[in-house]
Structures are given as C-alpha cells and as structure tokens.
Write a protein that binds this ligand. Structure first.
Ligand code: FMN
Length: 106
C-alpha cells in the first residue's frame, strides 16, 4: 500500500481503503487471510526529516498488521516534491528493493 503524507497523515483515499480492509475480518474477528501474508506501507513526504511521521506511520502499519497480515514494514522516503526525486536518493531505492524482496519472499 502506498501513500504520500498529506497534512501529516495518509491521504483520504488510502484511509478509505484501510477502513474497507475491515472486510478481511470474519464476524468473530478472525481474519480471512491465509497465514503468512505480509504488507508494506510505503510513504513519501516533503519534509526532509524522515523521523517526523515515524510514530504515525508505524501505528498505521500496526493497524494493517491487525487485519490479519502476519507482518508489516513501513518504507518512508523524505524530501520528495516532484516526480523523479526518488531517483536522486540511492539509499531509498536500495531500501525499497530490500523491502520489496521481503514482501515477495515471505
Ligand atoms: C495537500 C498536500 C499536503 C501535504 N502535506 C504534507 C505534510 O504534512 N508533510 C510532508 O512532509 N509533506 C506533505 N506534502 C508533500 C507530499 O507528501 C510529497 O511531496 C509527496 O511525495 C507528494 O506525492 P504526490 O505527488 O503523489 O501527491 C503534502 C503535499 C500535498 C499536495
């Protein structure tokens, strides 16, 4: 799941999607997901300090975990203002590749 940070939060459409993940729950609150599913919350932000939304994004990641995903990771990339900015951040691209491998190899 990917989102830019808008006004210190996930965007409205992503919040709607998260709310609808409730449908992955059975009426007894067990999950419909098969065991072993992983999810990544990937976010971009304009503010250069990567730690500033750490708590918020981690708690959002935990919510995704609570739907029945066995594990989650948060991928944060800061100082993104325009399309292509990420190409100037080799560290972020390396991290994204690593997280992507974690996601598909789980
Ligand atoms: C309406 C709006 C609100 C934003 N709010 C924040 C914010 O609170 N903190 C931040 O770091 N960046 C903020 N940004 C910057 C975006 O998170 C960042 O540029 C992102 O990469 C934009 O992705 P997009 O091109 O898909 O909209 C905001 C951008 C917009 C358009």
């Amino acid at each position: 799941m990917g989102t830019p940070v808008y006004f210190s939060q996930v965007t409205g459409p992503v919040k709607l999607l998260i709310d609808r993940l409730f449908s992955l729950k059975n009426s007894d609150f067990t999950s419909k997901l098969k065991p072993g599913k992983r999810i990544v919350l990937a976010s971009t932000q304009g503010v250069p300090d990567e730690s500033i939304y750490e708590d918020y994004l981690e708690s959002t990641g935990k919510i995704l975990g609570g739907v029945g995903f066995d594990d989650y990771q948060v991928l944060k990339v800061a100082a993104i203002h325009n399309i292509g900015d990420i190409n100037n951040n080799q560290q972020a691209l390396k991290k994204a590749r690593k997280v992507g491998q974690w996601l598909v190899n789980g």
